[in-house]
Each structure stands twice: as structure tokens, then as C-alpha cells.
Write a protein that binds this ligand. Structure first.
Ligand code: C6P
Length: 420
């Protein structure tokens, strides 16, 4: 059993990655919590922000604040230019073909709801099927259930195996002439499993089925190339990518976005309004009704600038090393069961004790300065699949180090002592 588990450990590490230098870029990491140094292992929920992002937000409000796309004055033109520059940075970051394929939204949740309500209500009908997987976040379940209720479509669910891996054969079997949309997570937030999305897209496209990918937990950990993957839509949140809250991205292929009706009506998404008829604006503005989160967009651009200064291969190797180190350490505890042992995993370590509730684990760790998440992680079907009410989840980011894992392990010893 132990040997089998060890075989699945990711290969460990990298020497050259300077995590100490990176840590200095994130001021919050110097904070103390309950008198102890902060050990932040809740990056799946939201990541911390480098000083350059905080500075960009301050700069915007201090010397650039203005509405965009509307004013003819200096500040408005400057804010518009910076906001649109951020869109271009995002385009390059995920290698989208065109800037008008990048829609600013509030986050992953809004991006998926946009596709469900705009694409789904226009192009799907009663009897059609939407395929998701058993490891989706609620944000990639509920919007489709709402759509199914509205139009009479049906949700089909690709199972996951005991390690928490996407079962490709079952997926292949589920695709049929009624399947009209596939929507999959790229990386599971509760298990860390990486879904073979390129192959999933290829199989769906053989049947001309469009694919949306939820990249909320993918983009902070490895380079994503939407053209290489071939997906039709890709959604992610700025706040998990070291950027501000309240801003995120929907990437969509221009020909699909063009064919879709607006999601919301209001300012900026129109080119002409009369009481008889409204002409909509061109992409991407057609989907950006109302004053957007301007500071958020600019802040996300600053986060991408920061990430562009790093070597992604080194980032991946470092996070791989941490995950392997933490997996090894937690595997040594007799009473801990790791939930999610996929071969291909990213930066998430979910675990349960056979006799201690995850919330108690989280509370005691917090007293030690260690921030993890405890609960169902907005992925209740994953908990049901593994027969647990909740897990404790440590999720790593590029600024975490082995000392953070050591602090987690110390904290777990404390948990065991309290419950002994
Ligand atoms: N998961 C977590 O702790 P928003 O809230 O829109 O930024 O992201 C929603 C979302 C969608 N998909 C996945 C895979 C996610 O992980 C999340 C957010 C957080 O795991 C908060 S529940």
C-alpha cells in the first residue's frame, strides 16, 4: 500500500529557484498570526499579492482613477490605455489569438455563468446533453443545472477513479450525438488532479462539440496555452493568479463569441440605442456591460508582468518538489488518509484523519499560524465520492517553501496531541 503510494509521488526538485527572493516580493508573508509567523497554505482559495500588484492598485486610485472608454480627458484616456494594455497582457499570457477574445468578468464563476446563459440558452435545446466531470467545483455544476432547468437539457457526469483521476474511457463513452457542450475543470481544487484537457478537447472536437475549461486552479501553477489545448472557452480568476479580487477572464474563440448574444445589457456593450432597437458593440465590449473593475484589470495586468519575470519551468519544478515533500511527510502519519492521489497533480494536498474533523484540524493549525482550508471546498460531489464530509486542504503557491511544510507537520503533531 505504502509502496504503491510512493510510486505515485511526483519527482522532487529544483536547486536554482530562489524562493527567498520571491517571498520578499509578498509583504503579507512577513505577518504574524496568533503570535506565530504566518504560514499561508490556502492558495487554492486565494493567493497573496506581490508588492507590484499592490502598487499598481494604489497608483491607479492615487493618480489615474477615471472611467474608461467614455472620457475624452487625459485621465480617462490613460486609464483606458492601461486597462486595454492589461487585456493584451492576458492575451499573451494564455496565448489567445486575438485581444477581442479576452472578456473581463468578475471571476471564474461569472465566466461560466456567462457561457451557460449566453451560449447555452441560444444553442442548446431540450434533450441535449452537457458533459462535466465528478470533480467539478460548484461553479462548474450549478450554472449548467440552472440551464438544464431552463431549457430541458441533461447533465452527464464523467466519473473519477479512486485516485481522483478523470476516467478518459468513460468520457469517451459519454460523448454522443446528443452532447452539445463539454465543461471540465483543468485542475481539481479539492484533489489537485490535472485533467488531460488536450485529449478531452480533441475527442469532443471529433464530434464538433465545443469545450469550456475551468482554469481557476491551473493558471497559477503552470503555463496555459489556449491555442495549443484547442479549447473553445477558458475561464479563470485574477485573485488566484496573484491579482486582485473581483476580476477574472473568459477567453472564447471569436467566432463563438460573435455568434452569442450579450449576457447583460447596459452601458459600453452597445453601439447604438433607440427605443425600437439596440445595436450591440463589437467584441469584447459586447460582453462587458457597465463600468468594469478597472483597478482590478490593471492590477491583474501587473500580476502577469510579475509572473512574466519568472521562469515557469522553475516555478513548476519548485511546486512539484513541495508537493512531493509534503505528500511524503503526511504519508508518514498512520491516521492520515490523503484524498486525491492522481499521477498528475498540482499543488493541492487534501487529507482526512480517521478520528478528527477537518474543521478541528483547521482551527488548531490556525492557532499555530498555519492557514489551510477545511470543508467541502465547494466541491460537495467530490466529498460524496470519497465518503467524507470534508477534508483539510493545504494548497501551495510559488512562494511557499519546505519550512512551510515543516510548520504544517508540526501543527499536525499538535492536532494529534490535542486529540490524543
Ligand atoms: N475555489 C477554493 O478554495 P471564483 O470564486 O469565481 O473566483 O472561483 C470559483 C472556482 C471555480 N473553479 C474552481 C476549480 C475553483 O477552485 C474555484 C474557487 C476556491 O477552492 C474557493 S471555493
Amino acid at each position: 500500500m505504502k509502496a504503491a503510494r510512493e510510486k505515485r509521488l511526483p519527482q522532487s526538485g529544483t536547486e536554482s529557484f530562489n524562493v527567498d527572493k520571491i517571498r520578499r516580493d509578498f509583504p503579507i508573508l512577513k505577518e504574524r498570526v496568533h503570535g506565530k509567523p504566518l504560514v499561508y497554505l490556502d492558495n487554492g482559495a486565494t493567493s497573496q499579492k506581490p508588492q507590484v500588484v499592490i502598487d499598481a492598485l494604489n497608483r491607479y486610485y492615487k493618480s489615474e482613477n477615471s472611467n474608461i472608454h467614455r472620457g475624452v480627458h487625459y485621465l480617462s484616456e490613460r486609464a483606458t490605455a492601461n486597462y486595454e494594455a492589461a487585456r493584451e497582457k492576458i492575451r499573451q499570457f494564455i496565448n489567445a489569438e486575438r485581444g477581442n477574445e479576452i472578456i473581463f468578468v468578475r471571476g471564474t464563476t461569472e465566466a461560466i455563468n456567462l457561457v451557460a446563459q449566453s451560449y447555452g440558452r441560444s444553442f442548446l435545446k431540450a434533450g441535449d446533453e452537457i458533459v462535466i466531470s465528478a470533480m467539478e467545483h460548484h461553479s462548474n455544476i450549478v450554472p449548467w443545472q440552472i440551464l438544464c432547468g431552463q431549457i430541458g437539457a441533461r447533465l452527464r457526469v464523467v466519473p473519477i477513479n479512486h485516485d481522483g483521476e478523470f476516467v478518459l474511457d468513460e468520457y469517451r463513452r459519454l460523448l454522443n450525438e446528443s452532447t452539445k457542450l463539454v465543461s471540465l475543470t483543468h485542475v481539481s481544487n479539492a484533489l489537485g488532479s490535472i485533467v488531460p484537457v488536450k485529449e478531452a478537447v480533441r475527442l469532443a472536437h471529433e464530434r464538433a462539440i465545443p469545450v469550456l475549461l475551468d482554469g481557476a486552479q491551473a493558471v497559477p501553477h503552470f503555463k496555459v496555452d489556449v491555442q495549443d489545448i484547442g479549447c473553445d472557452f477558458y475561464a479563470f480568476s485574477g485573485h488566484k493568479l496573484f491579482g486582485p479580487t473581483g476580476v477574472g477572464v473568459l477567453y472564447g474563440k471569436a467566432e463563438l463569441l460573435d455568434a452569442m448574444p450579450p449576457y447583460q445589457g447596459g452601458g459600453d456593450m452597445i453601439s447604438l440605442v433607440t427605443f425600437e432597437k439596440t445595436h450591440y458593440n463589437v467584441l469584447p465590449y459586447k460582453f462587458e456591460a457597465g463600468t468594469p473593475n478597472i483597478a482590478g484589470g490593471i492590477g491583474l495586468g501587473a500580476a502577469i508582468d510579475y509572473l512574466n519575470g519568472l521562469n515557469w519551468e522553475e516555478v513548476c519544478a519548485h511546486e512539484h518538489d513541495l508537493l512531493a515533500y509534503a505528500t511524503n511527510a503526511l504519508s508518514a502519519f498512520e491516521t492520515i488518509r490523503i484524498i486525491g492521489t492522481a499521477q498528475d497533480k498540482a499543488s493541492v494536498l487534501s487529507f482526512v484523519f480517521d478520528h478528527i474533523h477537518a474543521h478541528d484540524v483547521g482551527t488548531i493549525l490556525d492557532q499555530e499560524g498555519v492557514a489551510i482550508r477545511a470543508g467541502h471546498h465547494c466541491a460537495m460531489p467530490v466529498m460524496q465520492r470519497f465518503g467524507v464530509p470534508a477534508t483539510a486542504r493545504a494548497s501551495f503557491a510559488l512562494y511557499n517553501n519546505r519550512e512551510d511544510v515543516d510548520a504544517l507537520v508540526q501543527g499536525i503533531h499538535r492536532v494529534l496531541k490535542v486529540f490524543s
